[in-house]
Design a binder for this molecule. Structure first.
Ligand SMILES: NC(=O)C1=CN([C@@H]2O[C@H](COP(=O)(O)OP(=O)(O)OC[C@H]3O[C@@H](n4cnc5c(N)ncnc54)[C@H](O)[C@@H]3O)[C@@H](O)[C@H]2O)[C@@H](O)CC1
Ligand SMILES: Nc1ncnc2c1ncn2[C@@H]1O[C@H](COP(=O)(O)OP(=O)(O)O)[C@@H](O)[C@H]1O
Length: 615
């Protein structure tokens, strides 16, 4: 089951509930978090004290979270609410050798003090590593010792207080369950081996932000077994700081080896990787454990991105207005290369979406073969022949915004049209949205050092230019492999903005949005959207939505921007899969279609519109 995806409904509701957006959450990478800790220690604060504080707060939080979970009527095993009545709560805590493991040892120590039955599972420790060192087992000695690491101190405290542990390596050997991940060990044999497989809570403290390579061997095996046992016994799974195996700077999981958490207790500062790419599937609910005032003062580090969950409110329309007050969107796309079925649907979806945002007028420049279909599904739109270059250019003069590329085609003829219309849009000083095949041609022009690229860059300094690639299109634009984009999406979106100018969205789970603000570029991670939206045509809907918002000049700047458009797009998708109205036909993640989106967008636009007296 995809636990991360289960968090989405709350996110959507939170988004709709606010009239002005919640403060965006600052996101950081590992180096920045280490720098914050070092700055704190440089002020004379003790590193082990910080670890103790972190573990103590987490232990208390775990106790509270488990009590809340057990109090829910749904908390039952095979229909029996057994855990609620158990005398002692039980935790299985898996620790690695770094400071994240140190946190785990101390959590074990504190939970025991709080009356829990605790078992630590060590990963990567030799027998010698687990010897109690008599010279440092007294609390007083421990507090004064300086030569040992924080993780070692934490371990010695837990061991000296009698904390039970099992070496993962021995558990594997003892029960003849090879640490090789291909072996299919029965979870019950783990129970018999002394591993507290049936614990109420599994705590993952194997790796934190220090993960710097793919977990292999015993580590990969431990992550695999942890997930396997959790799937079988259904404990509450809590990761310390970040799920082991997830990369804080990118949200990437190496070869699928990461802990699948229900909840992540994030220490010091929020990590970027928890909210994008694989992070969305592995982190579960993210809870901040505030430890140091890193965000205060002149030396506060600039976050690498900000997490946005809620949209700007929309103002109601003035009574004394007409269609011209709300802009004219020109959609250019929907071509049919001779002999093919064509891509008329892309332009139709884009136009429907622009209309659903409330744009005053829509004209679609598409292949004539699709005019009848377009007018049947969207009689409110006007049409013009995509290949009537003079006609389209003339019409473009009166448009408020153009969106180009959706189903435009990639042949030479389509490229000529793209160059012609992009040039015209720049000459006419229009806001521009470029998507799909438009991005493909743009990449070619960049390779050819075509002057239009520089012109677009200059244009974007004064007018809105929004470019909307997914990872494949971004790879083409940057002339790199898709895997390179995927392994560092932040770097990719920054490079796109540097090479081409304009505002960008790098689409996908946890879409990134880059907005230029003068000399500064700000990157946002949009928390809305779901895997149901991974279907053809969703990108066309997004480009229409962006154009539709841009066209409506009565709205304030922020509520017409790219960040708002991407949030609204995701909110519409989330709304469709979370409908609670029992009389409506349910739409789930499977089977969600791009054509369902315009109605949801209209609904979201309405929900976000506040009456005058609510300001
Ligand atoms: N000391 C402190 O001040 C605090 C530390 N904190 C905790 O410390 C964590 C960071 O600690 P560390 O920097 O020790 O990082 P980790 O605990 O993630 O451990 C990193 C260690 O594992 C090794 N390693 C990395 N990838 C590996 C792989 N794939 N296979 C095998 N070994 C691998 C590294 O070489 C390094 O020795 C945070 O995530 C947080 O949990 C928090 O307690 C806050 C306070
Ligand atoms: N797993 C997901 N989570 C959130 N949003 C998603 C997910 N998959 C797709 N989307 C969104 O759906 C849209 C898909 O766009 P795109 O790939 O361009 O589709 P198309 O080219 O078929 O129109 C993007 O806005 C993307 O962010």
């Amino acid at each position: 089951m995809n636990k991360g995806a289960n968090m989405k409904p709350d996110c959507h509701l939170a988004a709709l509930a606010s009239i002005t957006p919640n403060e965006a959450t600052a996101l950081y990478n590992s180096e920045q978090v280490y720098a914050m800790e070092q700055a704190w220690f440089a002020q004379g604060h003790d590193s082990f004290g910080l670890m103790q504080q972190a573990a103590w707060q987490m232990a208390q939080y775990i106790q509270k979270a488990n009590e809340q979970k057990c109090a829910r009527p749904s908390a039952s095993i095979n229909g029996t609410p057994a855990r609620r009545h158990r005398y002692q709560q039980r935790a299985s805590i898996w620790v690695g050798k770094g400071n994240n493991g140190g946190d785990g040892w101390l959590i074990a120590h504190y939970l025991r003090r709080m009356g829990w039955q605790v078992q630590v599972v060590t990963v990567g420790f030799s027998k010698d590593d687990l010897e109690t060192d008599n010279s440092i087992i007294k609390d007083t000695d421990i507090n004064s010792a300086t030569s040992i690491s924080d993780a070692e101190r934490a371990k010695q405290i837990a061991l000296s207080k009698g904390c039970r542990y099992q070496r993962f390596e021995e558990m594997c050997a003892e029960w003849n369950a090879s640490p090789n991940i291909d072996a299919d060990a029965d979870a019950s044999t783990w129970q018999a081996s002394g591993c507290a497989a049936d614990a109420d809570v599994y705590i993952d403290a194997i790796f934190g932000i220090g993960l710097d390579r793919a977990p292999a061997g015993i580590y990969q095996s431990a992550i695999y077994r942890f997930n396997q046992l959790a799937k079988c016994y259904k404990p509450f799974v809590i990761s310390v700081d970040i799920p082991s195996g997830l990369v804080a700077a990118t949200g990437e999981v190496f070869a699928g080896a990461a802990i699948q958490a229900d909840m992540t207790l994030c220490l010091v500062a929020r990590k970027f990787g928890l909210h994008t790419k694989d992070g969305m599937d592995y982190s579960g609910q993210v809870v901040d454990i505030a430890l140091i005032p890193y965000a205060l003062g002149d030396n506060a580090l600039k976050p690498i991105a900000k997490l946005v969950t809620s949209a700007y409110a929309l103002t109601p329309r003035q009574q004394n207005s007409y269609k011209g007050s709300y802009g004219h969107v020109l959609i250019i796309g929907g071509n049919r290369v001779d002999g093919s079925q064509g891509m008329g649907g892309a332009a139709i979806l884009s136009a429907s979406s622009a209309m659903a945002t409330g744009a005053g007028k829509i004209t679609v420049a598409c292949h004539e073969a699709f005019h009848a279909a377009l007018l049947t599904s969207l009689p409110d739109a006007m049409t013009i022949n995509l290949h009537d270059a003079d006609g389209v250019r003339q019409l473009l003069k009166g448009a408020s915004v153009i969106a180009i590329g959706m189903g435009l085609g990639r042949d030479d003829k389509a490229k000529k049209l793209f160059v012609c219309y992009l040039k015209a849009a720049i000459t006419e000083k229009k806001p521009i949205v470029i998507d799909a095949d438009g991005l493909y041609h743009l990449a070619d022009l960049h390779k050819e050092h075509h002057p239009l690229i520089a012109a677009l860059q200059q244009h974007s300094a004064h007018h809105s230019v929004c470019l909307t690639p997914h990872s494949g299109e971004a790879a083409k634009l940057l002339d790199i492999k898709v895997s390179q984009v995927e392994s560092d999406r932040l770097a990719a979106i920054r490079q796109c903005a540097t090479d081409y100018g304009g505002d960008w969205v790098l689409k996908g789970a946890g879409s990134l949005v880059l907005e230029q603000r003068g000399q500064q570029a700000q990157i946002y991670v949009c928390a809305t959207g779901n895997a149901g939206m991974a279907t053809a045509g969703m990108g066309d809907v997004l480009s229409g939505l962006i154009a539709g918002l841009l066209a409506q000049k009565d709205l304030i700047r922020e509520s017409r921007g790219l960040q708002q458009a991407v949030l609204l797009h995701g909110m519409a998708g989330d709304m469709l899969i979370n409908q609670t109205n029992k009389t409506a036909l349910l739409i789930g993640q499977r089977g969600l279609q791009a054509q369902d989106m315009p109605a949801a967008i209209r609904h979201i636009m309405q929900e976000l519109t506040v009456s005058d007296n609510s300001w």
